[in-house]
Design a binder for this molecule. Structure first.
Ligand SMILES: *Cc1c(COP(=O)(O)O)cnc(C)c1O
Length: 454
């Protein structure tokens, strides 16, 4: 494709995406296709000869769109949001256009320096402590960040049978990291939670003491700010004190909720972060930055680098040897890396701090209003605190009714909900966070829920 052809087809693709953005609210939110239906419409063999670009583009409408669940729909309330935005999409386009591979500072200095710089900007916007300044890196996901935290914690820990602690409500990525790192699931301790589903520091203290008495070496605590099930906030100041005293690495997983800290009134979620060894939040969830972009910070980069840097001859260069630069290949599991900082840079500049705050506040206010509707309806109850955009609720008539509501609403295409279990009971999750979601969409979802409840 020549540059001129690229310009022509590129305009057509941008038009296609712009039309999609304008119309996304009109599709059934959940894809209605049966398993195998998308593949059945694709040719069995790759084309032998080049195909016209127009034909490829036409298949987006014909083959791909029916198999899309519309995460950007204003009526998408399942899981957590995965925000896309114009500035982020364009930043990703520029990243693809430049096509650089930023494994080393020397392989494209701007790729590394912009990343360090925008992560410092982000740290300032989120009110992160000074300990993280200059020590940020973009990972693909929060799962990778947890794995990196574990590898760094292991690097710093004394030898022995290492143990890892997180709450019963923590994300499954913690267990996955423990398995990948080769510790084994039997080294993972799931600590009890309180009535609000937040980790109990006294229970953590007791588990650590029991393990020490048994000769184990406590290595890592993962505290969650905004759990995936119900957005519970673990008491980081108390947990941090225990970790300091026990000399255990403390990682804070704020994958979803961290974005809320752009608002000063939500900064309390970051209390105690100065006691943390590492921290992660996902701009790709609730901060208008397309997947993938997970911001990971460490207070002590030496442990991370000790765990992950290996220097084969073919990567040796003068800039690295001088120690004057950061080589991000040493801060992650893979070697290669895309220029992901561009999209975050575009987002932070195009929205500004005030634009980001408006985005988050809007969803928090909608969640509060939705919760008030649920609380006022005698068929339902709100079952967990809702400081962010997620409301957890259930039908008083029991699990089967709640489950039926989710099934019927999702099948209707009017909205998309997900569920969890809290205290063993089926719980409906309605997570507000798509950029296009307005009050009318939340109200329509509530209508759909009440219709489904019969
Ligand atoms: C979403 C989420 C994760 C996993 O995020 P990925 O970036 O997809 O790995 C981890 N922890 C919490 C609390 C989450 O909400």
């Amino acid at each position: 494709m020549t540059p001129d052809e690229f310009r022509r087809h590129g305009h057509a693709v941008v038009d296609w995406v712009a039309r999609y953005m304008a119309e996304v609210g009109e599709y059934p939110v959940v894809s209605q296709v049966e398993p195998g239906a998308v593949r059945a419409r694709l040719p069995a063999h790759p084309p032998e000869e080049p195909e016209p670009f127009e034909r490829i583009l036409a298949d987006l409408d014909e083959v791909i769109l029916p198999g899309i669940t519309h995460w950007q729909s204003p009526s998408f309330f399942a899981y957590f949001p995965a925000n896309a935005s114009g500035p982020a999409i364009l930043g990703d386009l520029v990243s693809a256009g430049l096509g650089v591979q930023g494994m080393l500072w020397a392989t494209s200095p701007a790729c590394t320096e912009l990343e360090t710089h925008v992560l410092d900007w982000l740290a300032e916007l989120l009110g992160l402590p000074e300990t993280f300044a200059g020590n940020g890196v973009i990972q693909d996901t929060a799962s990778s960040a947890i794995l990196c935290a574990l590898l760094a914690a292991r690097e710093r820990a004394a030898d022995g049978a290492l143990t890892v602690y997180t709450s019963t409500q923590a994300h499954s990525a913690v267990e996955k990291a423990v398995r990948i790192a080769g510790l084994g699931t039997d080294r993972l301790r799931l600590v009890d939670v309180d009535d609000a589903y937040a980790m109990r520091p006294d229970a953590l203290e007791r588990r650590i003491a029991e393990d020490r008495a048994a000769g184990a070496t406590p290595c890592l605590v993962v505290a969650t700010v905004g759990t995936t099930s119900s957005t519970a906030v673990d008491p980081v100041p108390a947990i941090g004190k225990i970790c300091r005293r026990e000399r255990v690495w403390l990682h804070i997983d704020a994958a979803y909720a961290g974005s809320a800290a752009v608002c000063p009134e939500m900064r309390w979620i970051h209390d105690g972060l100065d006691l943390a060894d590492s921290y992660c939040m996902n701009p790709h969830k609730w901060l208008l930055t397309n997947f993938d972009c997970s911001a990971f910070y460490v207070a002590d980069r030496a442990a991370l680098l000790g765990a992950l840097s290996i220097l084969p001859e073919f990567l040796r260069n003068a800039a690295s040897a001088s120690g004057a630069v950061v080589d991000y290949r040493d801060w992650q599991v893979p070697l290669g890396r895309r220029f992901r900082a561009l999209k975050l840079w575009f987002v932070l500049r195009a929205y500004g701090a005030e634009g980001l705050r408006r985005h988050v506040r809007h969803h928090i206010a909608l969640a509060r209003e939705f919760a008030s509707w649920v609380a006022a309806d005698d068929r339902f109850e709100v079952v967990a605190p809702h400081p962010f955009g997620l409301v957890c609720f259930r039908a008083l008539a029991g699990d089967a009714v709640s489950e039926g509501v989710v099934e019927r609403v999702n099948a209707s295409g009017r909205a998309y909900l997900s569920h969890t279990r809290l205290d063993g009971r089926y719980t409906i999750r309605l997570a507000i966070g798509a950029p296009a979601t307005g009050r009318e969409h939340v109200a329509a979802a509530w209508d759909a829920i009440r219709d489904a409840a019969g």
